[in-house]
Design a protein around this ligand. Structure first.
Ligand code: HEC
Ligand code: HEC
Length: 284
């Protein structure tokens, strides 16, 4: 039988499109599967949030659970000034509940904390509400980590133009819409979260915020975040500089540099004491 040199080629060229189709289908379906899996995780986190948000916190039970969190967030909930651990003291209760549910279900990637959100520590919605209630009433640090921006005025303007609608005039957030309080948070933590939200690494982020912040780079982010880290929380939320959480009298409080005595506090002279709290001159 005579074979024409082209016949084999022809036969092969018929198979090629199938390979290409298969090659195209695999990423298509895996992207779809990933999107569906992510949707399912987000739905589960939302379900858990709804279960916890209306429960009345039992603060004593919250305090007991908080003992497992102290090793990283500190007895005062002030985290670390270098921003590795966020300050969670004074964060809004709804935000803490949402973040715990997101971390527990995998909707927010936070490998370090996942083990501490598992059922042996946070067995149910009530436990989440309890620990969130406890943390949200702790007073905030006057020693949070700041940035080194050269242009805080610009940071203020960028904040006013781009963030106020959601995070509020002074970065106080919104309990109702579980938008985080960001005033007085450690600069490095703010910066890191902002970048992770911008590039999609923090999966639970708000879609509108992601769109809104795409235009910001380097010094824009420095300026905004330094400004935000310097917004003083209101007096009712601020601890006096030497405050130690009386709920944990035997804890070694200064194991991490959350409290730094050599820090410059030029405004301190204007501070007035109001019971256990510091009266913030900005609030008058
Ligand atoms: C092993 C250290 C560690 C332990 C223990 C730990 N956390 Fe965290 N937590 C972190 C780190 C690190 C982050 C920030 C991760 C990031 O940068 O995304 C964080 C973030 C958070 C946030 C989100 C804060 C925000 O502003 O979004 C909350 C809320 C929180 N932790 C609560 C808790 C509670 C409640 C416990 C105890 C049940 C706990 N953590 C135990 C390390 C820890
Ligand atoms: C459309 C509303 C919206 C806008 C605009 C917005 N944010 Fe957000 N932001 C959110 C929400 C909602 C979250 C919490 C997402 C989640 O559930 O994890 C968030 C989270 C953050 C966080 C992480 C806080 C934490 O404790 O982990 C930072 C930092 C932040 N925003 C800064 C900014 C800054 C700075 C701007 C302006 C340049 C801005 N955001 C604009 C809604 C918004």
């Amino acid at each position: 039988m005579v074979r024409f040199p082209g016949s084999q080629m022809q036969h092969q060229s018929k198979k090629m499109p199938i390979k290409i189709v298969v090659l195209l289908i695999i990423p298509f379906f895996s992207t779809l599967a990933y999107a569906q899996m992510h949707d399912a995780i987000a739905r589960r986190a939302k379900f858990e949030y709804k279960a916890a948000i209306h429960l009345k916190p039992d603060l004593e039970h919250g305090r007991q659970i908080y003992q497992t969190c102290m090793v990283c967030h500190g007895a005062e909930g002030w985290g670390s000034r270098n921003g590795m651990y966020p300050q969670i003291a004074g964060q809004l209760k709804s935000v803490i509940i949402k973040q715990l549910d997101d971390i527990q279900t995998g909707n927010r990637g936070n490998p370090m904390m996942v083990p501490f959100t598992q059922p042996d520590i946070l067995p149910n919605a009530q436990a989440i509400a309890d620990v969130a209630g406890y943390i949200s009433q702790l007073p905030m640090t006057p020693f949070n980590g700041k940035g080194h921006s050269m242009d805080l005025k610009r940071g203020e303007q960028l904040y006013k133009d781009n963030c106020v609608d959601c995070h509020g005039k002074r970065g106080e957030g919104s309990e109702k819409d579980h938008i985080p309080l960001i005033q007085g948070q450690h600069y490095n933590y703010l910066y890191r979260q902002f970048r992770w939200i911008q590039i999609g690494r923090r999966r639970n982020a708000d879609d509108d915020m992601i769109k809104q912040i795409q235009k910001f780079h380097g010094s824009d982010i420095d300026d905004i975040m330094d400004y935000v880290s310097r917004i003083k929380p209101p007096a009712a939320k601020l601890a006096r500089p030497d405050w130690i959480n009386p709920d944990f009298p035997y804890y070694v409080h200064d194991i991490m540099p959350a409290r730094q005595v050599d820090v410059e506090l030029p405004e301190e002279r204007n501070y007035k004491m109001n019971g256990n709290r510091v009266q913030n001159p900005d609030d008058e």
